[in-house]
Design a protein around this ligand. Sequence first.
Ligand code: HEC
Length: 449
Amino acid sequence: MTIRRFLPASLVCLSSLFALPFLACTPPANNDPPNDPPGQRLSYVQDAKPIVDHYCGDCHIKEGIAPFALSDYSQVKGAASAIRASVEAGRMPPWLPTPVGVPLRYARDMQPAHKKILLDWLQQGAEPGEAGATPRVQIPNAERAATARGDLVLDIGATYQPSTKAADDYRCFIVDPGTPASPGLPELRYLRAGEVLPDNKAIAHHVVVFEVDAAHIADAVAKDTAEAGPGYTCFGGAGVGGAQIVLAWAVGGGVNRLADNQGTPIAKGSIFVMQMHYNLANYRGVGDRTQTRLEFASTPPEYLVRYLPLLNPSGLKLKAGDADAKQVVVAPVSQILKYLRMPNVTELSITSVLPHMHMLGKTISTGLNSQTLLDIDRWQFGWQQTYSLQQPVRATSSDLLTLECHWDNSYANQPTIDGQKQMPHDVVWGEGSGDEMCVSLLGVALPRQ
Ligand code: HEC
């Protein structure tokens, strides 16, 4: 009997260690249900506000990327039933990785205790509480990387007015750090940190920065010249050969910073292509001039961070109507190192994973041998970003990298274009929005030789 009475109390004590500081660590009074302390009414001021500010405040602000603000009581109360539905379903805050993979840095998912308080508060009637009352929920600030120094600022030089032909506009902008006489980066540099400074936060949804090597500058320039206005239309990639991703950011993604002894080499003579994804749901006629700050290491770093693309374009085939088309890619680390002309490397550590598919994607999972690194079970094209691993994972050249993608190519999952629901068709690899990809871009650290 005694044990049974004290067990719930000790659980309450444990939970107070995490996030419920207001629950007393004493045995519950006689006959009271153990998890429902008497008189405990949750309030906005004391309980819900710290949670909403912490988990929703990056995006649900005035003129933010989200369709409405959640900055004060009346806004939160007004959206109460939508909040309950989307938090319960795990749609908000947007965070795609499941717990199956390894622990990630800068994770945005809600701690279960916080989720419970928010839902309980809504359940209890979403009361405001007394203005000025001391919050009972305290959440330490999320881990954030230090801001990036702007050694080079990628600026498109003009304000771009997005095309409103579709709900999304994907646009590539060339940024040449050289001069007309001598294009491209004047010397080899090592990228240590990148920070996207979204200009029109209501539409700038995600940004991918590519390095394009000297041999392909003319191709990019030709694309740019062929279209009116700044930049050119592009979707899955930079739209030209010789392009490598050096930075990928999505709303709420923060600064992308490598460890102090690491850097991503960017070759002499390369230019940058900054791909913008504009989501136009909240577009009010205001254009955008998003910039990206790049910070370079001042001395050559001890470790190089390169991005290994795990993919197999010719093996990607989605039959029209197939609601569960699938591709599995398995490759020894050595094969990818050979492709990157690094055959002498025998050991490396994986520091980040950037999964990529297009619109029909359902799930994408990346692994090393039998270990899952990153697992996404409800792919959303709009929320792609680089995921940094909390602890680098070591791999040797004989280890097997695995990638598994699933797509829904059934009629129900087809897009509507110009008001017309599209019919499913056979889909293969390609850069267009109607094509597909299955890629995992692995950030790997190697000793600089
Ligand atoms: C990283 C940015 C971001 C964060 C953080 C975020 N949201 Fe959202 N939210 C959005 C965007 C963008 C939309 C518009 C629909 C979409 O793109 O999914 C949205 C839509 C919604 C919607 C309406 C659509 C739906 O899915 O029900 C609700 C409700 C919502 N958010 C609640 C929240 C709450 C509550 C939090 C915090 C617990 C939160 N959001 C955190 C960006 C964010």
